[in-house]
Design a protein around this ligand. Sequence first.
Ligand code: NAD
Length: 283
Amino acid sequence: MSIQKIGVAGAGTMGNGIAQCFAASGHDVVLFDIAQGSLDRALKTIAGSFDRLIKKGALDETSKQAALARITTTLDLNDFKSCQLVVEAASENFNIKSQLFKDLDALMPAEAILASNTSSISITKLATVTQRADRIIGMHFFNPVPMMALVELIRGLHTSDATFTTIEALSKAIGKTPVQVRNNPGFVVNRLLCPMLNEAIFVLSEGVASAAEIDESMKLGLNHPIGPLALCDLIGLDVVLAIMQVLYEGFKDSKYRPAPLLIEMVEAGLLGRKSGRGFFDYA
Ligand code: NAD
């Protein structure tokens, strides 16, 4: 199936980046949110992101205006009816996503594909609320979407080969590198990354080294562009904890237990950059 018009549900951090990538690659985009403020902020963010590309010489003003003209915003889900694909990027909450998938399943044409950008919810489980489990897939982009090349394509138990190949081709058409991932907790990147971040927190709490020394070690010893504790602060300690809990619950394996210090810092509201303090101070 050829995909020209794409709905994006949720215009937050990820939704606006996803909408930008589709529009920049020549697709018509309908961007939906339940909050007008999110839609207004999204359009500003996208325009700002295009301006940075112009400054770098990677885009010209005409292409920017053409891409922006391909994006329409709406508070009405019915405006998705003419789309061949919807990518859901609403808040990470099963009740919100399952209601959206139920509503989309009822209103979208039978052949339309529904994708979710969820970081942790089972694609197989999401598919059960619809009558089109073969046309449900995970499209897990990385933040910031316009900069990051990877998209994990998550196959639920019922995702068809046709759905996968259509979304794989689309991912390549927008300049991303897709990898095929079987539905499982944390997919690939978060499954590998978060236990490493969690271990860095154990190392800190055991007094093996200071936060600055742990980060310096991983930057200079492994050429990581950012240390694990600074990365926790950037991602948000609440998000890291939520992913560790998904891994722990999903695999029932003690190797994924969240570090007690991580739990305590989240309880104390020390969430990293967004709260002004995490392992480092941003005041
Ligand atoms: P966000 O909080 O920035 O944006 C969420 C948006 O969803 C908000 O604008 C909110 O108004 C909207 N929303 C809430 N309920 C809705 C509904 N019923 N219909 C439509 N819109 C609704 O969140 P985000 O960081 O953009 O995350 C979105 C999704 O992307 C989540 O599933 C998250 O797990 C996933 N994700 C996030 C990142 C990241 O680094 N932030 C990375 C990969 C995947």
